[in-house]
Design a binder for this molecule. Structure first.
Ligand SMILES: [Zn+2]
Length: 296
């Protein structure tokens, strides 16, 4: 099929593939479970999905893949993946070997930001994923800003600002324990603002251990929106985006869109409040659609 594009979203729990035709319509879409902890199995699962698309629609379409972490061209290996079995592995080279050299790669939050920015009338967009992890991507004038170290937008591994010392926050914050992060540091934004981070705060406040999303009346949510406002205020101070798009499982909570815009000016070096904070339009699909856009 001429000018079709394949997008792959390689997540920690599932791998999703789409085929978009020249008009952008979805011709194929499927999710399979990620072979967690199994690098060779992960490469094989991606190659198998693309192989099925090739068999059904004709081969040769370019493949864009969104992954956690980043590809380091100099070392030809992955880094910073919370799917840690990918770290240090030559993922792009192995996929290109399996798929005739037609694979491009980008961080999954960058793919999310790229797809979401398409529908937004703004010069600078910061895309945020609040999911299993916390990621971000920066789109300026419709183009991804990758960065010199391929980590632009990775605010999830900056320290949570004012942890335990914010007089305007829920007083129970000071009682929370320090949170080591897989990146080797402690109290990263991700350890509080990811879905598991929110669940952990809920447990600390209620004693209730959850295996489902945090309920909408959780006593942890007031502090969560404060923490998110504080963390996004750092982004506003540095990048001052026109729009911040929230995606990932936690972004489904309505309270974010009421409370974060109200609280953010408290922590930013401005009181204008022009930054729009909006919900992702494409929901779970943004990552895989953005990945398809990498393919040319
Ligand atoms: Zn970290």
């Amino acid at each position: 099929m001429k000018a079709a594009r394949i997008g792959i979203d390689l997540g920690g729990t599932k791998i999703e593939a789409v085929l978009l035709d020249v008009s952008g319509a979805v011709r194929f879409r499927e999710r399979v479970a990620t072979p967690t902890g199994d690098y060779a199995g992960t490469v094989a699962a991606v190659a198998a999905l693309v192989g099925r698309i090739d068999a059904e629609f004709g081969g040769g379409s370019p493949v864009g893949i969104g992954t956690p972490g980043a590809w380091v061209p100099e070392r030809r290996q992955m880094k910073n993946c919370n799917s840690t079995w990918l770290n240090g592995r030559p993922l792009l080279d192995d996929l290109n070997a399996a798929l005739d050299g037609r694979v491009r790669i980008a961080n999954d939050a960058n793919c999310f930001a790229l797809a979401e920015a398409e529908g937004v009338d703004a010069e600078v967009v910061f895309g945020v994923i609040l999911g299993t992890g916390v990621g971000g991507g920066i789109v300026v004038g419709g183009q991804l800003l990758a960065g010199a170290n391929a980590i632009a937008g990775e605010w999830g591994h900056t320290p949570l600002p004012y942890f335990g010392v914010d007089a305007a926050a829920d007083g129970r914050e000071a009682s929370l324990e320090d949170r080591p992060c897989y990146c080797g540091r402690t109290n990263c934004v991700e350890t509080f603002l990811s879905g598991p981070g929110l669940a952990r705060t809920h447990e600390a406040f209620t004693g209730e251990e959850l295996d489902t999303p945090v309920p909408t009346d959780s006593p942890a949510l007031d502090l969560y929106t404060t923490m998110l406002a504080r963390s996004l205020a750092q982004i506003v101070n540095v990048l001052d985006p026109d729009v911040i798009v929230l995606g990932g499982g936690v972004s489904n909570l309505d309270v974010l869109y009421r409370e974060v815009p109200r609280k953010l000016p408290r922590y930013a070096f401005t009181h204008e409040g022009r930054t729009q904070i909006v919900r992702a339009r494409l929901g779970d699909s943004a990552g895989v659609f953005g990945a398809a856009r990498l393919g040319g």
